[in-house]
Design a protein around this ligand. Sequence first.
Ligand code: CAA
Length: 256
Amino acid sequence: MSYSTLKTKQEGEIAILTISRPEALNALNSLFFKEFNEYLDSISNDKAIKALIITGDGKAFIAGADIAEMQNMNKKEASAFSKTGQNTFMRLENMNIPVIAAVNGYALGGGCELALACDFRISNNFAKFGLPEVSLGLIPGYGGTQRLARLAGLGNTLFLQLTGQMIDAQEALRMGIVQKVVDAAELINETMKIAQKIASQGPNAIQTLKKVVRKGYQSELNIGYDIESDEFSGLFESDGPEGMKAFLEKRKPNWK
Ligand code: CAA
């Protein structure tokens, strides 16, 4: 399938999605959300894909929601625009496969919010992060007020969102927003290596792990432990036997 706002690629077991509206620094408009959801539909049931990397075309990852499109919205339209973003990013967060943001430049507003909905973020050394919505008289509308506080804490969230100021990759690393910073030329290679490492693990274990961590994070601790125990034991009827047998036989596992 071909898209106007996306470039798609698959390398082995890894899908790479490039958000591509470089003339508007990849700002997210309605067409993007339509195409992005179609793309997620197309890979959702593809068992050959073990991880998804999302990056941006040109000098930006994504410079936010499309301000030109938002400018003429009334309250009802703005509510629908926000709900579309929230629902899409919840869907992204809940994909079976791990999703990694490879942040290649500006990750602002809705772009930062998309990165926050990925499982983790690898950034190049000149990327910039920020939620500058207050400078437009707005607040983040795609989950950023909630997701960032859970990821980086209340103080960091209020600091970034009240000031609207941008931070560099090292500062984002310090706040726990980014998990690794690499040289710009190495961003996709390094992210691919991480995705391939994930793809080499027990596929059911990977899907289960993502589900358990995310579900447990939204539950009380005791419920989280129950979810963990149920899912841990479930793996003794899928990937576990082969993984443990391979270890003891000093060979690579043959995942089914
Ligand atoms: N929406 C629409 N167009 C955008 C855009 C956006 N978020 N960000 C950049 N562009 C466009 C610019 O208008 C410009 O277009 P023209 O060439 O037609 O003038 C083009 O992209 C290049 O941008 P700049 O000339 O501004 O590039 P720069 O290098 O001088 O500055 C920047 C880069 C600092 C990222 C600056 O573009 C910027 O501040 N962008 C807006 C960032 C922002 O406020 N994001 C939050 C959006 S609101 C939001 O996301 C709400 C939500 O949560 C739902």
